[in-house]
Design a protein around this ligand. Structure first.
Ligand SMILES: Nc1ncnc2c1ncn2[C@@H]1O[C@H](COP(=O)(O)OP(=O)(O)OP(=O)(O)O)[C@@H](O)[C@H]1O
Ligand SMILES: O=P(O)(O)OC[C@@]1(O)O[C@H](CO)[C@@H](O)[C@@H]1O
Length: 302
């Protein structure tokens, strides 16, 4: 079973405007919604929707923390969160004309001692895999993720970016950078799919058995001992891409949990992400058709 750890959850607010956003005037939204978010939480919701045993952990506080707790309960997601004093952040995605603006808060500061509490929560579940997803709130460093990775005999999967991704020191089963994160972490030219595969291969040496790189409309790459696999994205109408990477990763993990090989896992990941980008925000889409959608994803070796 999988435990997800979200150190910095968020309520995701998605507001849609027909017109472009302009300064110095009131913009009135045509629609708005709130979802429970944060990368590990999104993954836990999707894994639960795919009937994979999963427990969501992380840090929650304040009225936004209560909203996330209630939403997960309504969605039937098992949880084991640590309560903190600060208020969980609220992130906003504004979709205006064909543009997408992602406005993420830093999160409330936390004390380093939360890492011990979280590790206790994770150990209590005896997971096979632990996914640590998202940014860290002020007060924590990459060590907070390394300690989870080294804290038991589970395989750890990490989905984070920026300096934290570069500073990780422990051994990981997988990391999931997007194209920008892969470029920033390696300094490599990621302008082509082949360049991304080279960068992902080189990045494995930094302590990652496999690298799953999401390339937006260009699809995704999975590089590991089984070789370099590339899946093209499906041709679909995108509403917004928030949570697309979490969906890709959830599909891959969901397939691995059933013993599937890397090729099937990558195809499943692309199928799940295609469903998520066709809906606003990070709400869980209908995943009943996933097997037939997966059959439509093409994978080739690079
Ligand atoms: N425009 C698109 N058309 C088709 N599929 C897409 C598109 N954008 C994203 N996807 C699908 O979603 C997957 C993940 O996309 P992306 O690389 O944008 O993730 P991300 O940057 O990690 O997202 P986030 O951080 O918001 O979760 C892609 O591998 C692809 O399968
Ligand atoms: O600020 P972070 O932790 O990097 O990303 C947080 C976030 O943007 O990622 C998810 C989508 O992947 C959203 O649910 C959430 O708001």
């Amino acid at each position: 079973m999988i435990v997800t750890v979200t150190y910095n959850p968020a309520v995701d607010q998605t507001v849609q405007f027909e017109q472009q956003i302009a300064p110095d005037r009131v913009m009135r939204a045509d629609s708005a919604q709130f979802d429970a978010g944060g990368k590990g939480i999104n993954a836990a919701q999707l894994l639960t929707a795919m009937d994979r045993p999963c427990v969501a952990t992380g840090l929650l506080g304040g009225f936004t923390g209560s909203f996330i707790r209630d939403t997960l309960q309504d969605d039937g997601v098992e949880t084991a969160f640590v309560d903190v004093n600060g208020t969980t952040r609220l992130n906003t995605t504004a979709i205006a004309a064909a543009e997408e603006y992602k406005l993420n808060q830093a999160g409330s500061p936390v004390d380093e001692s939360v890492v011990d509490s979280l590790l206790e929560r994770v150990r209590a579940q005896s997971p096979d895999r632990v996914l640590v997803g998202g940014s860290l709130p002020p007060g924590l460093s990459a060590e907070a993720i390394d300690r989870i990775a080294a804290g038991g005999d589970w395989e750890t999967i990490v989905d984070t970016g920026g300096d934290v991704l570069r500073e990780l020191d422990a051994q990981y089963g997988l990391c999931k950078p997007n194209r920008t994160e892969l470029g920033d972490a390696t300094g490599a030219d990621v302008s082509t799919v082949e360049g991304c595969a080279d960068a992902a291969e080189a990045f494995r040496e930094r302590g990652f058995d496999r690298v799953l790189a999401s390339l937006g409309a260009d699809g995704a790459i999975l590089v590991g001992d089984a070789g370099r696999l590339y899946a093209e994205a499906l041709d679909i109408d995108v509403v917004d891409t928030v949570g697309a990477g979490d969906a890709l990763l959830s599909g891959v993990l969901s397939a691995w949990e059933t013993g599937a090989d890397d090729e099937t896992a990558l195809r499943t990941g692309v199928a799940v992400s295609s469903q998520v980008v066709q809906r606003a925000g990070t709400a869980v889409p209908d995943l009943n058709d996933i097997d037939s959608l997966r059959d439509g994803v093409t994978v080739r070796r690079l």
